[in-house]
Ligand binder design. Structure first.
Ligand code: C2E
Ligand code: MG
Ligand code: MG
Ligand code: MG
Length: 287
């Protein structure tokens, strides 16, 4: 009987579940295993001061290479990790690895930029989040101002609760930035009441800014207001020289994108950092 029921259940599901759900179940199993088997690494994308060209930040981005399937993009598995709650342990791992890497770079003499880590709403709402961050930083031996947390506008949907958490995080000394700004719920004047340091203009806004488009006007407005309200403004997804020109002319401070560099392994990023250091110390460059 149980067998029959099982069979019926199977038929029921196979009739109703589409390929996407099957893929999702597979992915969830893989995800659990990936976390146990160290299949994930972090890559790092540098952020540049648009005028001086100096590296002023680095964003950590997760990379997953499945042993059989190959590369699986974050946009594929992060939403699933959020849905299943796996993002909480995964997110802790990401934060720790990023901070350990930042500490290593600091020990190597790269002093003056933070590491930015993406934090999803689910992690942020975990009741132990603040405690985890402060304990982890102490464990790693990294000062809080070397860590920047990238949050999304969707947090503003629960403004009251988010305000409390953001203030607690700020009091630890970490930096806070709003990722993908422009897609969602918040206005800049709204964010002014929160302890936010930076805003990152979403790539889709940055894409079309070269011509005299509405997009350009919108980005110009965001930069103007952002700077006036004392946020640091970052443009993400910069791919062309024209975009750099437009952004620089309109006083955007920081840029990130393939035009400068794709996300790189820690090793490759170090080459960038060394180059930067040598450029800044022409005396070392002589021989
Ligand atoms: P995001 O935080 O907005 O990250 C920027 C994404 O744009 C990254 O994609 C980056 O590789 C890509 N990108 C940067 N510059 C350019 C460019 O010039 N052109 C184009 N076409 N793309 C560019 P990625 O690494 O695939 O990550 C996608 C999203 O997945 C991230 O968007 C973030 O929301 C999420 N994500 C990635 N890593 C993590 C993580 O460690 N934790 C969490 N919670 N989410 C993550
Ligand atoms: Mg981000
Ligand atoms: Mg973004
Ligand atoms: Mg994002």
């Amino acid at each position: 009987q149980a067998k029959d029921r099982g069979k019926n259940t199977y038929q029921f599901y196979s009739n109703n579940l589409d390929g996407i759900s099957t893929w999702k179940m597979k992915l969830e199993n893989w995800l659990r295993r990936a976390m146990e088997q160290n299949q994930m690494t972090l890559h790092y994308q540098p952020q540049f001061h648009l005028v001086t060209g100096k590296i002023v930040g680095v964003e950590a981005l997760i990379r997953w290479n499945h042993p059989e399937y190959g590369y699986i993009a974050p946009s594929e598995f992060i939403p699933l990790a959020e849905e299943t709650g796996l993002i909480v342990p995964l997110g802790k791992w990401i934060l720790r690895v990023a901070c350990e890497q930042r500490k290593a770079w600091k020990d190597a003499g790269f002093n003056d930029f933070p590491i930015a880590v993406n934090v999803s709403v689910r992690q942020f709402q975990d009741e132990h989040f603040i405690q985890f961050i402060s304990g982890m930083l102490e464990d790693v031996g990294l000062e809080a101002n070397y860590l920047e947390l990238e949050i999304t506008e969707s947090l503003m949907q629960n403004l009251e609760n988010s305000t409390i958490i953001l203030n607690q995080l700020k009091s630890l000394g970490v930096l806070l930035s709003v990722d993908d700004f422009g897609t969602g719920y918040s206005s800049l004047s709204y964010l002014k009441h929160l302890p936010i340091d930076k805003i990152k203009i979403v790539k889709s806004f940055v894409d079309d800014i070269t011509n005299h488009s509405n997009q350009g006007m919108m980005v110009k407005t965001i930069i103007d207001m952002g700077v006036n309200l004392k946020f640091t403004v970052i443009a993400e997804g910069i791919e062309t020289e024209e975009q750099v020109t437009f952004l620089t002319r309109n006083a955007c401070q920081i840029g990130q994108g393939y035009y400068y560099s794709k996300p790189l392994s820690a090793e490759k990023l170090e080459n960038f950092l060394f180059e930067d250091k040598v450029k800044l110390r022409p005396d070392m460059n002589e021989e």
